[in-house]
Design a protein around this ligand. Structure first.
Ligand SMILES: Nc1nc2c(c(=O)[nH]1)N[C@H]1C(S)=C(S)[C@@H](COP(=O)(O)OP(=O)(O)OC[C@H]3O[C@@H](n4cnc5c(N)ncnc54)[C@H](O)[C@@H]3O)O[C@H]1N2
Ligand code: MOO
Length: 609
């Protein structure tokens, strides 16, 4: 018997919401940006002795102090105080967050905000969908499964290209093991937007001014070698220049932030040694030849993502035995998606949408598509000039677009009809054109990528462009890792959920935000399902530095877990700091671990996958 029987919760939330930032006025303060702790930087936890580990709370911005130490969120791009090029006598210098998303909210708050938007437009969206009805298929926008294994298809093993496998109905299992063909990541690349540097060339805790020797964008084949005394502007996902071994986030440098959609002109940048490398290494997630899944395993969105990323072109699958046992084919199972229904607000009151949909004369659910089941159309758009279609060659600097397959698979399993548009480049006009084309056909737009701090983050550029069709733009981040950068907007009347591009962040955000939105569009009511599960031991819940220490203090950690008889344990893959697609493969839930970690016997909320 499990030590704690799963029981439904009224809402999704961190189990200690009070620890997270709770208002739009909260300031994102990165570890580097916090004012020094009174004890000189010790975190104060008995289990942590690291001098660089800061406490878990955000401190209010200091006013009237040294301008270099002012973490006020609205600093201009150019620092108010010029930083002397010679810094030896200055002692430790910290540059502070000049975040373009100065606020964060909790997971619950983000769900509630999104659902309120859906409620506001739902009547119109449903009417639009009803008009589209059968015509939707004729637009060429929709990606449908080939029909193999749908409606009782063949039971003999057959090969499905990955995009068909992503949309196949439940009840399909692997007929063969799935083996990685290419490493994930495919090359060493930046995990943040900032400056690539060589650590050996940087003094400890002292600012240094480096010559900006060039720039590398995601999708570029790779720049020249980094020389002594140089830094290279680099965007998340771009290949690390030879000679560099770390990336300093732009917020932690004298540049402060990159202007969206423009090359920088700064000749020099002043920065200090980063406390972590912010680099993702070739193959650190998946090595060539690794078995991603075994014969008989279910085809899941996580498997689709990992298979696509490791260049697997398709899957050999077979229908599972139909005799009612676990995993047996369920006729029409795609019509009965995992339960996830918006129902209550954080205060516990009924959510406006819930009463709306209970009303006998409320707007109808999205129209039936021949199975008696409403399937809202969900545009799934992945952005990034580095993205290449699955199955083909990617070339230097290229990355397989795994997100659109993965998000499409989650949407499909949750009862939506994905309309997939992969690999829109980092070009604002191109993205606008795609959105314009889709807006008349869909009930919800989901994008991945381009929403954080890069100069070429195209979603952010389009969302922040003055006078564009993007309305109600909200770029408040969510206090979760992975998955902080987020955006909400309305595009020509259609709600738009902008998710981060990093695949594990996109995965978590799809389950946490898109699934409830989809449920709302389907007219479902009631709470989103979550489980309370025991953390049986202390291993894996904190960071490498100990429980909670070194982690971004006010952030809930979203940890892929698997259920055991004793409770839930972290799935493997912790080595990549929570960004491993491979860790998702063994997971059956996402645990929401409070900012200060979890210990043996603690109860955690777990979102089932
Ligand atoms: N200076 C800073 N840099 C970054 C921050 C930050 O706060 N300051 N946040 C980091 C976090 S957290 C995340 S998550 C990422 C999110 O960035 P974007 O949403 O702008 O995503 P991209 O930069 O476009 O891509 C990130 C990463 O994921 C890969 N990617 C993107 N789309 C796909 C796809 N469809 N399939 C597979 N892989 C994809 C991309 O190649 C990048 O490696 O920002 C951090 N940066
Ligand atoms: O790098 Mo992010 O949101 O995945 O934490």
């Amino acid at each position: 018997m499990p030590r704690s029987a799963p029981r439904p919760l009224p809402r999704w939330s961190s189990s200690s919401p009070a620890r997270a930032s709770s208002g739009p006025s909260a300031v994102v303060v990165t570890e580097r940006s916090r004012p020094p702790a009174p004890d000189g930087g010790r975190c104060g936890r008995t289990s942590c002795s690291l001098t660089r580990c800061r406490p878990g709370r955000a401190s209010p911005p200091r006013r009237g102090g040294d301008a270099r130490n002012d973490p006020g969120p609205h600093r201009s791009t150019t620092p108010a105080v010029s930083i002397p090029p010679r810094t030896r006598d200055l002692g430790p210098v910290r540059f502070h967050a000049v975040s373009s998303t100065p606020s964060v909210r909790t997971i619950d708050e983000h769900v509630a905000t999104l659902l309120a938007r859906i409620a506001a437009v739902r009547g119109a969206a449903v009417r639009g969908a009803a008009v589209r009805g059968a015509a939707g298929r004729g637009t060429g926008n929709h990606v449908h499964s080939s029909g193999a294994f749908v409606d009782g298809g063949p039971s003999a093993p057959a090969w499905l290209p990955l995009d068909d496998a992503a949309l196949a109905e439940p009840g399909i299992a692997l007929a063969d093991d799935v083996v990685a063909v290419a490493p994930v990541p495919g090359f060493d690349h930046a995990a943040v937007d900032g400056y690539a540097v060589r650590l050996a060339g940087l003094p400890d805790d002292q600012a240094v001014t480096l010559t900006v020797a060039g720039a590398v964008r995601a999708g570029d084949p790779g720049p020249a070698v980094l020389g002594p005394g140089e830094a290279v502007r680099i965007m998340t996902g771009a290949p690390l220049p030879p000679g560099a071994d770390a990336v300093v986030p732009v917020e932690a440098t004298s540049t402060g932030r990159f202007a969206p959609g423009r090359d920088g002109t700064e000749a020099t940048v002043t920065l200090t040694r980063p406390h972590k490398a912010n680099v993702r290494r070739r193959g650190e997630d998946v090595a060539v030849g690794v078995v991603l899944a075994r014969r008989g395993d279910a085809v899941t969105p996580a498997l689709i993502a990992a298979a696509a990323a490791s260049r697997v072109g398709g899957l050999r699958v077979a229908r599972r035995p139909a005799a009612g046992g676990p995993g047996a084919a369920r006729p029409g199972a795609g019509s009965s998606p995992a339960s996830c229904r918006p129902g209550t607000t954080e205060s516990g009151a009924a959510h406006p949408l819930a009463s709306d949909t209970h009303a006998p004369d409320g707007p109808p659910a999205v129209p039936t598509r021949g199975t008696g089941t409403p399937r809202p159309y969900i545009a799934v758009v992945s952005t990034g000039s580095e993205l290449r279609p699955w199955g083909g060659s990617v070339g230097p600097g290229g990355v397989v677009d795994s997100n659109s397959l993965m998000v499409g698979a989650i949407v499909r399993a949750a009862g939506g009809e994905p309309v997939r548009r992969g690999g829109v480049p980092d070009d604002a006009a191109a993205l606008r054109a795609v959105l314009d084309k889709l807006a008349g056909d869909v009930d919800l737009i989901v994008t991945t990528g381009g929403v954080s701090a890069g100069a070429w983050d195209v979603v952010r550029e389009v969302l922040t462009a003055p006078g564009g069709p993007a309305a109600d733009v909200d770029l408040t981040g969510v206090a979760m890792r992975p998955g902080r950068p987020q955006g909400l907007a309305t595009w020509r009347g259609v709600p738009w959920v902008a998710l981060p591009g990093t695949p594990v962040a996109a995965f978590a955000a799809t389950y946490l935000f898109v699934r409830p939105a989809l449920a709302a569009l389907r007219g479902e009511t009631g709470p989103c399902s979550a489980l309370l599960a025991v953390a049986p031991d202390a291993v894996g819940w904190g960071t490498a530095h100990g429980r909670g220490c070194g982690s971004p203090g006010m952030f809930t950690r979203v940890v892929p877990v698997r259920t055991t008889v004793d409770g839930v344990v972290p799935a493997s893959g912790a080595a990549t700091g929570g960004h491993a697609l491979s860790a998702l493969l063994g997971a059956d839930g996402l645990a929401l671990v409070p900012a200060d970690g979890a210990g043996p016997g603690d109860l955690l909320e777990v979102v089932p996958l």
